[in-house]
Design a protein around this ligand. Sequence first.
Ligand code: DAH
Length: 351
Amino acid sequence: MGRSIIVPVVRFFRLEGVETRILSGMLAQLDTTEEQALATLGSAGTAAEIEAWRIDWLGSKGQLKQLMGRMKEVDASERPAFGQRMNAMKKSLEAAFKAKNNAAATPIAGPPMDVTEPGIAAGLGRRHVISHTVAEIIDVFARMGFEPTTGPEVEDEWHNFTALNVPESHPAREAIDNYYLEGGGILRSQTSTVQIRVLEDTPPPVRIVAAGRVYRPDTHDATHYSMFHQVEGLWVDRGVTMVDLKSTLLGFAHAFFGDDAEIRMRPSFFPFTEPSAEIDMKMRIKDEWQWVEVGGCGLVDPNVLEALKIDPNEWSGFAFGLGVERIAMRKHGIADIRWLYDNDARFLRQF
Ligand code: DAH
């Protein structure tokens, strides 16, 4: 790069003399020189090219130095102007070099990074309060000898109604109260379907507990939702009676709500049990004991056993169904069932 950059061009003829003409020409030429220098730097791609440029222009024997050496050719009175221009050019080239060097040394564009700053910890997930409650309930019954099982959510009318002794004309079958599917089938409205599935597959004795979702087309409000969870229990054996049912439910209440918990059974009606009862459990809610209706139960109706070719003279059983949301909501003081399914992490994180 030893080419001569300064080619004095006399642009302004002034009569004062030759020195002045040289200065005018050189000053004008310095602009071009600076532009060329910056352009060369701009096209330098590699670190080696940038360094070669530095030596050529800013080095101790570089072009800037050589230009400075020509100061003596300038008339003494014009030297300050020339000096100022040279200083400005030096600064401009140095700044350009610095910027280029920094850019080349910073391969990743973006804001500066403080590697000492503490990181953002990944949030830990947690089980939904309903999953947690289901697991706890199942665990208690499992310890009492009930085998956990499940059944399908898409069912047929046989398992959801007919085999459960629900007559064709029963209002529980009405279209407005169920999710009937196009082409047949139904989203199960109760986990009692699992009683039928188990008894179809397994000859008694059976003792199972099954949790899962059920579906009913309710309008959503604080206590209704179109999907909720039930836990179903079934024990069929020789000589199972109401005493077994009541002691099982009481054992559950003690394990789940504490030794002071109580249960109460109110006579009721379900097509698949005879006799039938509604179950209340007394639980402590904010230091106050309250009765809460938690589900239904009864002795398996002989019609159900007969439909499954099980002899009701040899076998008897009990069944129960518990509402999981009810239990979880009362236990944790949750006032509105919709909060469980809004998926607002601020709410769900509390449990
Ligand atoms: N399936 C009933 C319901 O959804 C609850 C129920 C009542 C379940 C009595 C049972 C039972 O197993 O014996 O309302």
